[in-house]
Design a binder for this molecule. Structure first.
Ligand SMILES: [Zn+2]
Length: 250
């Protein structure tokens, strides 16, 4: 991509960041996905000036222009993170289509991680978008042999997750690994193929344990009689994205 294309690509990422931040707020609360954005405090509809990624937040100093209510700092953070993610893809991949599909995957994963960390579930829409990007990416590779390998991997990763879910749930006496995690594992298989399994298990397992330890140390885990419960989704998302980015190297 040229310099200008890279800038436009990054700005597009910021807009998608704004979108997933809004969706991560709306979906779990059952707010319609299609309506116009409004201030959650005063209900005033937001105009174009309120919806510029990162910029609106900085210009309004994090407050609603109508009621002065605080805007969650999570919004500009998600917008900036998504923009950086798109910039990284633009710089990393020589092929613009590959950059677009991986940026699409990363955005869906960021959305899933956000929702799972707060609400402990992975919305099907996000998992489906990550899977669709994987199918398009496979189609774009134009290597027929990849399809069999990566579809088998989707079954294998998903099957392993399902077996783990049954085992641990029986052992712990409560639901251990959500069905959303199982579906996301299948999507990971679609992206990474059979050869990617060992690294994916090591990386996601390591990230999950690090997350659990951090939550125990600094809070964030839901303690209680059932023991610490953390969402495993963010670890899966992180591991998948790192390995997709590293794909050309591994
Ligand atoms: Zn307001």
């Amino acid at each position: 991509m040229t310099g200008l294309e890279t800038v436009l690509f990054t700005l597009l990422g910021a807009c998608f960041g704004s979108f997933i931040a809004a969706m991560a707020w709306r979906l779990p609360r059952g707010v319609t996905v299609w309506g116009r954005s409004a201030c959650p405090a005063c209900g005033h509809g937001l105009g174009v000036a309120d919806l510029l990624p990162v910029l609106s937040f900085l210009l309004s100093r994090g407050r609603c222009r109508h009621c002065g209510g605080r805007v969650a700092a999570l919004y500009p953070l998600v917008e900036a993170a998504t923009a950086l993610l798109w910039l990284a893809c633009a710089l990393w991949f020589a092929d613009p289509v590959a950059a677009l599909l991986v940026a699409w995957l990363g955005t869906a994963l960021l959305f899933l991680a956000l929702v799972d960390a707060q609400w402990h579930y992975l919305p099907d829409a996000g998992v489906a978008l990550a899977g669709l990007a994987g199918l398009l990416w496979l189609g774009w590779q134009d290597v027929p042999a990849l399809w069999a390998d990566h579809l088998a991997a989707a079954g294998l990763y998903g099957g392993l997750a399902l077996a783990l879910r049954l085992l641990v749930s029986r052992w712990k006496g409560r639901e251990a690994l959500g069905l959303g995690d199982v579906k996301l594992m299948a999507v990971a298989g679609l992206w990474l193929g059979l050869a990617g399994l060992p690294l994916f298990l090591i990386l996601s397992g390591g990230a999950g344990i690090a997350h659990l330890l951090a939550a125990r140390r600094w809070g964030g885990a839901d303690g209680g009689e059932a023991g610490d419960v953390i969402a495993f989704g963010p670890a899966l998302c992180l591991a998948l994205f790192i390995l997709v980015l590293a794909g050309p190297l591994v």
